[in-house]
Structures are given as C-alpha cells and as structure tokens.
Design a protein around this ligand. Sequence first.
Ligand code: 5AD
Ligand code: SF4
Length: 483
Amino acid sequence: MYTDIHFDTIDISRGAPDKEPERQYYFIAKCRQYTQQFFREMGRFPTATVQTFGCQMNARDSEKLTGILKAIGYREEEQEELADFVIFNTCTVRENANQKVYGRLGQIGKIKKSRPHMLIGLCGCMMQEAEEVEKIQKSYRQVDLIFGTHNIFQFAELLYRRLTSRRLVTEVWDGTDQIVEELPAERKYPFKSGVNIMFGCNNFCSYCIVPYVRGRERSREPQDILNEIRQLVSDGVVEIMLLGQNVNSYGKTLDQPMTFAKLLQEIEQIEGLKRIRFMTSHPKDLSEELIDVMAHSHKICRHLHLPIQSGSTRILEKMNRRYTKEQYLSLVSRLKEAIPELSLTTDIIVGFPGETEEDFQETLDVIRKVRYDSAFTFIYSRRTGTPAANMEEQIPQDMIKDRFQRLLTEVQTISSESCCIHEGSTQEVLVESIDSHEEGYVTGRMDNNLLVHFPGIPSMIGTFVRVYLKKCKGFYYIGELVK
Ligand code: 5AD
Ligand code: SF4
C-alpha cells in the first residue's frame, strides 16, 4: 500500500527504477528535495492547486494529482492567483470547454508576470489534441508542463524533469494499455470517493471526442478495485461512485472476463460500505443481469444515469448509438418495473447534423414518457476529428437555440414534477456539507441522488440521518431531522 511508503527513506542517490509504481515513488522522493529547499529559503512550503474542468473522471484524476502533490510536500491553496503551482485539468468534450481553459490560462499568465517563480501545468483531455498543444506551445509561453490523459501516473517524474531542466516539458502518449496501481490520491470528501473501474471508451459515438482522447477501453482487475474500496472503507468512506465511460461493458477486455453485475455483487459484500453508485451506463450494454442485481441489492443506489442523446431512431443511428427509441423505452420500462423507486437522469444533445423538427419532437416524446428527475442538455458541438464534424446538414445556430430553449422548458417542468413526488416522506440521507445558503442548515443526499437542506450541525457531516421531506423546491427539498 502506498500509505505505508516513507518517501524520505527511498535511496535517491541511485538511478530511477524502471518498474512502476516504484519509479514514481522515487521521483516523489526527488521532488521532495525541492519542496524542502523551498521551505528552507522561504520559511514555508510551496502551494499548489488543481483546477478541474469537465466530468467525474477528471475530478478523480485531479484527486490523484493532488495526492501526488501532497506526497511531494506541496500544501493546498484553493485560490489559483495565490498558488505557486497551478494545474488545469482540462476537458475538450465541447468547444466551450476549450474556450474556458484558454480564458483562465490568459488570466493566470498575467499573474505569473508578477510572480515569475510560479509554475503552470496543463493536463487532461484537451492535451491529447495535437493542434491544441501546438497552439499552447506557440502562444502561451507561460506554461511549464503539458501532459496527457495517459501520463497522469508520471506526474512526479514530469515535474522533476521541469524542476531540473527549467524548460517546458511536454509528454503526451497517444494511448496505453498500462494501468499503474498504488499511487497516492487525495479525497475531496472524507466519506465518499470515486473509484475508476475502467478507462477509455470503444463506442465511437459519431459526435464524441472521448475515444480519441481517452483511448481504448481498459478495465482494472477486480482484485485491485476491491482492495482499493476496502482501503477506502477502512479510511472512513461509506459511499463510492464507480467510474467509467461505459461501466456496462466492464470486464470484457480482462484476461478472465467478468461482468459489471458480478463486480457489483462482489463490492456489495464489503462490510462497512453503505452506498454504491456508478456512471455512465450505455443503454446498449445494460444487461438483464444488472437490472436483477440492482433490484435485489441493499447498497446500490436507486439512481441510474442513462444517456439517451436523441429520441429519434434515425438520429441515433447517425450518432452510432446502436439502439432505437423503442429499445430504449423498453429498457426503461423493464428497469422501472424491477426497481419501482428508481430515479432516472439522462444526457441529451440538440442540433446534431440532420436533426429535423420531427426528430426533435421524438426527443420531447421520450422525455414525456420517461419523466427524468433531471437531464443534462447540450447544444451539439462540432468536434474536429469526429465523423459527425464532416457530416453534411449542420444545423443553423438560431434553429438549435430555439430547440434548446424548448427542450429546457420541457425538461425543467417534468423534472420538477417528478422530483417532488417524495414530498411528505421520510428518507435516509448522507449528510455531505454545511448549507452555503442558509445558516444553521446542512445538505444531505438521498439514495436517489436528490438533495435536501435541513437544520443541522457540522458534526453530522459524513453520517446517515433520517430526514422528513417537508417542502419540495423543484429539484431539491427542505426537510427536518427525524429523531
Ligand atoms: N456536442 C455536444 N454534446 C456532447 N457530448 C459529448 N460530445 C458532445 C458534442 N460533440 C455530451 C453527451 C455526453 C455528455 C458527457 O456530453 O451528451 O453524454
Ligand atoms: Fe463518448 Fe459515446 Fe464513449 Fe460516451 S459512450 S464517451 S458519448 S463515445
């Protein structure tokens, strides 16, 4: 276990070992020399911040980077303008995600002018795109370190290279089949954690850049996953979120293949673990076995994120989603029948090339039939390198905006109705934080992922309590503790 490693006892007078993760432990020890020297010169340790853009995968990667930074001796500083080392963990799934990164990079570049010792690092999905890296190398000279999604595990080694060369270090692999276990990770919450079960995606939905930037699908060994969860539980974690781009195809590429449903059953056995969540599920791979396991489980939460993307079979085919509207609706009815209290959420894209008003009406029809608790709605973004970017019939922006508005109205009306059906009931909630809006209140999360704010005290954080849902406010509740 990396928690047993004493970095200062590692012999750094010799060359670096070839084997992982020992190689990275060695570079963590090397970098510690730098932070200790910083302390001697400045009377304090250097500070760092990892700023995350995008999805839960990136959030978990950021926890890994923060864990390595802490092991090196950095202290956390949330405000990026005050930190000695700022890392942007980027997203590239839609164009506006890229724009946000460039905006922030411009701001931090100005700050660096007055604080020249500052380091700026860039990693994540955007770095897997050669044109973006080229643009940064050319026009954003303030950047010190660039690394890709497959190089996260090498963070200490790359930082060491930067500290000793004083030149921009760039390391971006196109792909890998390597999964390095046993590296430090720092959790944002002491009581809940994300756990990667697989990396990459093999689906190639025609609009999506993810398979190009995250590489081919690779599953972690079940024993590594179970050991990590046991370790987390012994460290106080009660809720885990299993992470993968398509968790339903977990285990297919293992030497000894295993289904996701089977993995869930094994995780369920871990004593002390109270709640299991997972995302994302691809409808085409969601098995009857999984529905059955969910229906009988005491720990798997009654929530499923099941992206539909479009309600039109014609558009779904162009998206390469490999299910029809009817198959999706039939899956939803089987799920609802087996797990009546199941909360469903989804992702929807409007304005995919060739989408007609009739296609859009099909999407609205699915929303009305399924009655999602919430839906993430996206305007189609043309990602260079994806098949959809070259499709004819790209839809004019004003038409997309009009559909997007209509979609939003429909989604909001339905989700506020479907979220409110629990009003007047008492639910078990995991208290997550102090409520930032109302003094004397705390915020808890129900099994179905909905939030409730109620009068409480900070010592409740991380515990389960029973809460009466007094008033529904659309997509959250105001409640009262039940003694
Ligand atoms: N344009 C708009 N939305 C996209 N998504 C993925 N790629 C694109 C794109 N090019 C959305 C999908 C996916 C979610 C994470 O992001 O809905 O489920
Ligand atoms: Fe992208 Fe489709 Fe893979 Fe999800 S399943 S990451 S939308 S290619």
